[in-house]
Ligand binder design. Structure first.
Ligand SMILES: [Zn+2]
Length: 289
């Protein structure tokens, strides 16, 4: 009787998902990467994200808690291309023995000024490269689960293929001459190169502080000269200034575009796929005739 029970127990243990204790501990530097790693790692991996939802990884200041998170990680997934300037010091100070995996490896970087543009994830084709790099690194770190990572990655890559088609179909519906917006975001270079929506920086306007009435006059001139149908200007929070742009140019004022971070669970972009869908919806509704 006891033996039978043991056999039954062994069967249960063999088929049950890995308990929290045998999961591979990994760290992702920011929320979008954390989402990719979760999709590939599934139940076999514990993912800790350093820069959480709505955080800014460009200017992040690591905390002592981050050093702790790194101490027992096997792998640390980073974007690279100069995105996480604070990371190598953190790895050193944490005494982390984890391997650092650069997930943009294999992507041809665009330039942002004189440096590499780190925002490679804004092209869905590039997101697939991140996912393949994550799959390979996880498989190398936990070979017993390699098949699980491969099948998780395949399922997610298929979703990304569908997303890529969705984005292309949405852009194709916008008349060619209307595929341009004025934006203070410099994070959409890869998106722009992949899908053909031009992001025009506002001329002579500071993106650091709230725009002034004089800034608005310059933007209005620019919109008229270049016949730009929509503006996404997040440093203009004064509704009267926004109203003036619309009234004087007929340009539409778009909503929020998410670039470097996901929102929390209750926000409108809690995952990468939701973020891309949100952005494409905001762009197409601002640019459609
Ligand atoms: Zn950025």
């Amino acid at each position: 009787m006891i033996r039978l029970w043991l056999v039954a127990l062994a069967v249960i243990m063999a088929t049950a998902p890995a308990s929290a204790a045998d999961r591979l501990n990994v760290v992702a530097s920011f929320s979008i990467l954390g989402d990719f790693v979760r999709n590939v790692g599934g139940d076999s991996v514990n993912v800790t994200t350093l820069v959480g939802p709505n955080g800014d990884a460009h200017v992040y200041v690591p905390t002592p808690a981050d050093a702790k998170k790194m101490a027992d990680a096997k792998l640390i997934f980073v974007n690279g291309l100069g995105f996480e300037g604070w990371l190598s010091r953190l790895v050193k100070s944490a005494g982390a023995k984890a391997s650092v995996v650069t997930t943009t490896s294999g992507i041809a970087p665009l330039k942002l000024g004189s440096q590499a543009d780190p925002h490679a994830w804004q092209s869905v084709a590039n997101a697939k490269v991140y996912v393949a790099n994550i799959r390979d690194a996880l498989a190398a770190a936990a070979p017993a689960d390699a098949e699980i990572f491969k099948s998780n990655a395949n399922a997610y890559l298929a979703e990304l293929d569908a997303l890529e088609r969705e984005v292309r179909e949405a852009v194709a519906k916008i008349p060619e001459g209307r595929r341009k917006v004025i934006s203070t975001h410099d994070a959409f270079g890869y998106f722009s190169a992949a899908y053909g929506i031009e992001f025009v920086a506002p001329l002579g306007v500071s993106t650091e502080s709230e725009a002034s009435a004089r800034d608005i006059a310059k933007i209005i001139t620019q919109i008229r000269a270049a016949k730009i149908p929509a503006v996404f200007l997040e440093n203009i929070t004064d509704p009267r200034l926004m109203g003036r742009i619309s009234a004087e140019t007929g340009a539409r004022v778009g909503g929020t575009l998410y670039s470097d971070s996901l929102t929390g669970e209750k926000g409108d972009s809690p995952t990468y796929i939701a973020m891309v869908r949100h952005n494409i919806k905001a762009l197409t509704s601002a640019l459609s005739p």
